[in-house]
Design a protein around this ligand. Structure first.
Ligand code: HPA
Length: 249
């Protein structure tokens, strides 16, 4: 079953035929919201609002461990993470999509592992050379192509701590590091999915030029909201394409 983690502007899903909602608890506490079980394009999916139902949880306060744990307990094997980002790469203008294949983690102080090291546990290391699931990425790319969207077929997602946006100098440094887009929720989400052996991919949607990029002098929240609304309207078609491709494999 596919789990969908909805990001900013995507606290609920217009085309989802809701069957039931379940408030769950995990050994790591409560997830961001109730899990919403339903059907999208006739396929069973579970939806989780990353920032909570009323968009009340900032990126650094999200209980990523509980979110991924709850989805796995619900029977999810693949996780599609939808995330809004700022575009650093010239091809990632607001309104465009990207399916990152790499990430750089700039976050700090987040609970980023299920391995609670103690006297009785041995240290476990997980390969993270390919942070995103190639199969789910391929379905995302095919669905974006079929939907006629403009998108970057690969890219590096730089994950910042937030909740503030970055300075132009920070974005400049991130560009030198090789980051193509900047968001605040990609980690530890991607890594925790790896620890749980879940197939995980990110569908990133650019809602603004990152600070200082493309002549941007200031980032206006009103403009972000407008771009976001346009992206959300196109999302059901893209998601249907992804789910149909998943269902037929
Ligand atoms: N920076 C960080 N996170 C973001 C941005 C940004 O510019 N836009 C959307 N999420």
């Amino acid at each position: 079953m596919l789990g969908i983690i909805g990001g900013s502007g995507l606290g609920h899903f217009p085309d989802l035929v809701v069957e039931r909602r379940e408030v769950v608890r995990t050994p790591y506490g409560a997830p961001s919201a109730a899990l919403v079980f339903g059907k999208l394009a006739q396929e069973a999916v579970v939806f989780l609002a990353r920032h909570g139902l009323g968009h009340t949880i900032p990126p650094h306060r999200i209980n990523y461990r509980a979110n991924l744990w709850a989805l796995r307990e619900a029977g999810v094997e693949q996780v599609l993470a939808i995330a809004t980002v700022g575009g650093i790469h010239a091809d990632l203008a607001p309104g465009r999509f990207a399916v990152p294949d790499q990430l750089i983690d700039y976050t700090w102080g987040r609970e980023m592992t299920y391995a609670e090291y103690g006297e009785e546990s041995t240290v476990a290391h997980f390969d993270f050379s390919h942070p995103y699931c190639p199969t789910l990425r391929a379905h995302c790319l095919a669905a974006l192509e079929a939907a006629g969207e403009c998108f970057m077929a690969r890219g590096t997602y730089g994950v910042t701590q937030g909740p503030r946006l970055e300075t132009p100098a920070e974005i400049e440094r991130m560009a030198r590091d090789g980051a193509d887009m900047v968001g605040m929720t990609g980690m530890p989400e991607a890594y925790l999915a790896r620890e749980l052996d879940l197939c995980y991919a990110t569908l990133a949607a650019s809602v603004n030029w990152a600070a200082g990029r493309n002549g941007s002098d200031e980032i206006h929240m009103g403009a972000i909201a407008e771009i976001q609304a346009g992206l959300v309207a196109r999302m059901p078609n893209i998601l249907t394409g992804i789910i149909q491709r998943l269902g037929s494999t």
